[in-house]
Design a protein around this ligand. Sequence first.
Ligand SMILES: NC(=O)c1ccc[n+]([C@@H]2O[C@H](COP(=O)([O-])OP(=O)(O)OC[C@H]3O[C@@H](n4cnc5c(N)ncnc54)[C@H](O)[C@@H]3O)[C@@H](O)[C@H]2O)c1
Length: 363
Amino acid sequence: MAKYRIALMPGDGIGNDVMDAAQIVLDKIGLDADYIHADIGWDFWCAEGDPLPQRTLDLMKETDCSLFGAITSKGKDVADKELAPELQGKGYSYRSPIVRMRQLLDLYICLRPCKAYPGNALNYKDGIDLVVFRENTEGMYVGVEYAQVPEAFYAVAGMEKLPRDAAISFRAITPGGSERIVRAAFDYARQHNRKKVTAVHKANVLRQTDAVFMEAARKVAAEFPDIDFDNANIDAMGMWLLKNPFNYDVIVTTNLFGDIISDLCAQMVGGLGFGCSGNIGKDYAVFEPTHGSAPKYAGQNKVNPIATILAAKMMLDWLGEGEKATQVEGAVAAVIAEGKVRTYDMGGDSGTLEMARAIAAKL
Ligand SMILES: NC(=O)c1ccc[n+]([C@@H]2O[C@H](COP(=O)([O-])OP(=O)(O)OC[C@H]3O[C@@H](n4cnc5c(N)ncnc54)[C@H](O)[C@@H]3O)[C@@H](O)[C@H]2O)c1
């Protein structure tokens, strides 16, 4: 029996292309693992009314961890139409399988390293090396939304100001949820010899919810006197990150702000072809590129697999295979520095698999 069992979830579109590429690198590094294919994505919504079938969730729990490609998701109007005719009108409602898996498996950390590998012409500035910790289970993504204000809400003070046709979303921030993501950021900083943690919020406007987040952040920061702690408003942070990314080291924030900030950071180190992330909880973990299914490039052996190969590197680290992880990262860095094999986003015409084979050849 292999040492590890890993759920492979290619999903939709280029999720399949980049997963084939990552498999080439994982095979070459000689990870002693069985890979078990798992169903996820648009086809399963259309055919079964569930883009994250229960059998997939069960498999994710039984295996050591999961490697995920990308999914397609569409607005409610299209989703309802594309559902199999026999399932229509039976109460099926599309929900993002990614948001669901994060909540159902309590993957509360979204860890996104953003590193500018030397020689990458797409780097905004050379030397950027940031890590974003995004809270992954609460905030604006708790999934409590109403297309119209429910009548009963008008009994709550302040709600009477809302127009009757207002669509509303809830943002839930808990002391426990805040504390554990900030603690994860500080623990990481200490383990990886990082000097500073910056908490990002909008406490001047979101006076209740971000007060909870910042109170937890200050409490945890006091336990780590060896690590600098500062904070910034989300809007200012967008500006400061572009102005001087070198002022930041580890960033920790709530769900929606983290979603936005981590895409900004990914763009500074090469864009979607380079952005990788780990969704990590106490018991389970799922590693993925941050890009979507890019349908127009699906099956064309065209897109950049580096994001997925770096996600596989994060997975190796998480499994405790640090040496193999370092080798994979070294191989990626060497191919980027050499600049001979480049996918279209890097200004070249190399294919997805060619990039994977070039990286594997460095191992
Ligand atoms: N995590 C996910 O699975 C995820 C994330 C974002 C979007 N989506 C879904 O993906 C679908 C397409 O969304 P989108 O077009 O807004 O975003 P996308 O990330 O799929 O693609 C946007 C563009 O970025 C570029 N790109 C993406 N990945 C690349 C790669 N590996 N190499 C080179 N270039 C790359 C392509 O030009 C592509 O057209 C939608 O259904 C959306 O809901 C899924």
